[in-house]
Every structure is written in C-alpha cells, then in structure tokens.
Design a protein around this ligand. Structure first.
Ligand SMILES: [Zn+2]
Length: 470
C-alpha cells in the first residue's frame, strides 16, 4: 500500500489510478485517513454516504502537466445529522491546485515573468495574477508602516510609467511604491497612511499632484522641494545651452569638448586635481560656455551660502538679473517662481537630503531590471522579498505611573493595572536604501564583469571563425 502513496507532503493520498496521455498525467487519488468522530457532537455513530470528488492541478512531473482527481468521501452523523466531507492538509478547501503548486507559482512570480510561468504550467495569466494578489495582500497585512517625521515623495520609472515612491527620509527607508503618481492614487495612499500626525515635513520633487495631495490629506505638513531636484533642472538648462553651442562648432572643436560634458554639470567643489584643470581648460578654450557655467554655479551658491530664507530670496532676485541672454535659464527661473514657496521653504527647514541622490541611483537600477515584470511583482520584490526589506522597529514605554489623589482626609491611589511595557512603532517597515544600494553596486559590477567576459569571448569567437570556407 505504501508504495502506492501519492508523493506529496504530508502523505495523505493513495493512488488509485495513473493515466498518461501525451503531455499530461492524471492521478486518481483517495484519502488514506478516515474520520473517527463527528466533528460536531464527537459521536462515533456516523456513516459514509457517497463521494466528494475534487479536481485540481499539481506540480509538473518531468515537464509533464499533472492533474489530480481526489475521490474524497461524504459523511453524515446519525446522532446529530451533521454532514461533512474530507479535508486535506496539502490542498486548501475549494482550491483548484495543491498548496505546493501555489507556493511554487508565488516563488516563480518573483523570479520570472508571468508569461514564462504560463508556458511552464499551462495556467492562465489571470489565475497567476490572482494567486500573486492574494499573496501580496497577506504580506501587506504583516507590514506595519507609519507616517515618518520627514516624508520623501519621489518618482521612479518602471516599464515606461512614472510610479510614486514614498520614503522615510530620516531612517533612509523606502516605505512604498504606487502604480502611478496621479493625484487620485497619491491622495489615496496618503489617506491610508497610519499615524499621519507624526509627519512634520514632506520633501517632494516639482510634481503638482504631490503638493495637491498633501494639501488635501495632510494640510499641516510643511512642504519642501528637494534641493537635488532643483539643481537637476538647473543642470538640464545648462546642458541645453551647451548642446546649442556645440552644434555651431567644427568637428575638431566638438571632439575636444565631447566627453567633458559631465565636468560642466558636476558641482565645482567636487572636482579634484586633474578634473578641475580639465574644466578650466574647457572654459578657457570655449569662452562662450564660461558665463552659463558661472551662472549655474552662482545659483548653487544660493544653497551653499544663504543663511536665511530672506537672504536666499534676495540672492535669487540678484541672480535673475544675470540670465537675460539665456532663454533656458529664464525658463528655469519661471519654474522656481512657480514653486517659490516650497523651494525657499528649504531655508526654514533644512534636512539632510542625501537620501534623494542614493534613491535616484537605486531607482534607475530597479527600472533597468524591472523590464517586462508586472508592477505588483516589482513592488513585492522591493518591499518584502528582499534582504534590504526591514520590519518595523518598536519602542517600549514604561506604563503610566499610578496617579495619586487626595479626597477629604484620605490619600488613595488609583492603581493602573500593570500590563507590562507599552509597545509602539518607532520606525515603520521599509526597505533600507543603503543596503539596497550596496546590492545594486554588486549587481552592476557583476554585469560589467560579464560584459567584459562576453566581449573577450566574442573576440576569441571572431578569431576562431573558419576563414575562406563558404
Ligand atoms: Zn454528530
């Protein structure tokens, strides 16, 4: 009999028949254990009356699809009238596949595309999506997120769509990603964020929906445009000026400037040694670029040297008088005007925003790796199927001391029952940006190394090619 058990954990089925037709195997199974008592009245006086047949799918066997037919039983208690059917550990009630097949699918969702899973298991994309959505919902229930003191709102491009990204800036954790960053989506996300009163400041890029959603859902939060995003726009303006200018140059001149573009866009204080000299050489050889470069650096100086908001706003007014020859900078100044309040809020609420730059690098890589993947899968990979995904950290507080009151001549104490220390979330769940960034550096390095090996291999292939044979 035991030779004839179906291979599944726990072992609970005997094989009655096995059919193999083409690419499919069908097992007809029967449960090996029988009930001993009525589940309701615990009486042993029950009878079997009929068959409860179920059809389900199981994991492939040697690349062949497997179907199982379980011939379970139907029972009736003669004492209380209760009727019931066999239930199993390896397959949930009413499920159309075994639990191990479901777990395998969830696992594969995180490793490959839905289309590949469909091909391997011959199961519809809709069914795969449903399984994964259920898993996601379970995982979501376990993730304890809270509003951070400083909430960062940023974007990441996944499969050609801008997604909303939400960050605990102080603790350097990605809290969540939403499928897009439309007002409705962002607003709904904010509405559902627990403990909103914790948030004092939100740092955003210049995306209207972030500002509008914050105004609606968290009206007391101080909104600051991240310095990084302002400087990014500034650099884009300079780069457009450079492009326009280099288009007028001869090929020889253009070669000289080519490859040195990054020198113009790098923060001057970050250039060292040779690179600083190369920049000097470029500005000397192409004096038309010197003024726009200086204007860019002058704007950055507002951030570097202004001590107060008033000082910064005054410096900006002064800066605007120097840009009239450059429509690109005039357009940039308009952008600053449109976001004036939030941009200069930075001078009232200076937080370290180094996280935005790391995030930018991380999000580029997620975007590159995520091509073709379903959004929910990418989100799951980032938020809970990752070494960098951290659970919430808790803080424990002493219970409140018993309060003492005086009534007439009696002193008495209101005893607070002692339930141990009180637990509250200190840092909400999220994905550690630094750990993620480390992982990504490794992946990038491996990819570069593979690239080198491939180039090397191709070289050999080239030389090994038989010559002259046609
Ligand atoms: Zn009964």
């Amino acid at each position: 009999m035991s030779d004839n058990l179906y291979n599944i954990e726990p072992q609970e089925f005997a094989i009655l028949e096995r059919h193999e037709v083409g690419n499919c195997i069908t097992y007809v199974l029967e449960p090996i254990s029988k009930p001993t008592r009525c589940p309701d009245c615990q009486d042993t006086n029950f009878i079997q009356h009929g068959i409860n047949q179920r059809k389900a799918r199981d994991l492939n066997e040697f690349n062949k699809l497997v179907g199982i037919v379980i011939k379970g039983h139907r029972y009736r208690c003669k004492t209380c009238g209760k009727t019931w059917v066999d239930t199993y550990k390896s397959i949930d009630d009413a499920a159309k596949m075994t639990n191990r097949m479901r777990d395998y699918i969830i696992d594969q969702c995180l490793k490959t595309t839905f289309t590949n899973i469909k091909k391997e298991l011959d199961i519809s994309i809709t069914a795969i999506e449903k399984i994964f959505a259920k898993y996601t919902e379970e995982m979501e229930g376990q993730r304890q997120i809270v509003a951070p003191r400083i909430l960062g709102m940023d974007e990441t491009m996944l499969n050609g769509i801008y997604r909303g990204m939400y960050v605990d800036v102080e603790n350097r954790r990605i809290i969540d990603i939403t499928s897009d960053r439309k007002l409705r989506t962002v607003r709904q996300w904010l509405a559902l964020l627990p403990e909103k009163e914790r948030t004092e400041c939100a740092t955003i890029d210049m995306w209207g929906s972030y500002k509008d959603a914050l105004r609606m859902e968290m009206p007391n939060v101080f909104i600051v445009i991240d310095k990084f995003h302002v400087v990014k726009h500034l650099n884009e303006a300079l780069d457009t000026i450079r492009k326009k200018y280099t288009a007028t140059l001869t090929d020889k001149e253009r070669r000289h400037i080519k490859g040195n573009r990054w020198l113009l866009l790098t923060n001057s204080e970050e250039l060292e040694g040779m690179n600083a000299m190369r920049l000097q050489d470029i500005l000397y050889s192409f004096p038309e670029l010197e003024k726009p470069y200086v204007i860019k650096e002058e704007f950055r100086n507002i951030y570097l040297f202004s001590k107060t908001r008033a000082e910064a706003e005054q410096a900006f007014e002064q800066w605007k008088t120097t840009i009239n020859d450059y429509p690109e900078y005039l357009a940039f100044a308009d952008t600053v005007e449109n976001w004036r309040t939030e941009i200069f809020n930075y001078f009232d609420f200076r937080f370290t925003n180094a996280v935005t730059e790391s995030l930018n690098k991380v999000s580029k890589e997620i975007s590159a790796q995520g091509r073709g993947y379903n959004f929910n899968v990418l989100r799951a990979k980032l938020l809970y199927r990752n070494e960098a995904a951290k659970p919430a950290k808790f803080a424990y507080h002493e219970p409140q001391r018993p309060s003492t009151g005086v009534m007439q001549d009696m002193t008495f104490t209101f005893m607070t029952p002692f339930f141990g220390k009180k637990k509250s979330v200190e840092v909400g769940a999220g994905t550690d940006i630094d750990v993620l960034s480390e992982q990504i550096s490794e992946i990038v390095e491996i990819r570069q190394r593979l690239g080198r090996i491939n180039r090397y291999a191709n070289k050999f292939k080239y030389w090994d090619e038989p010559k002259g044979d046609k």
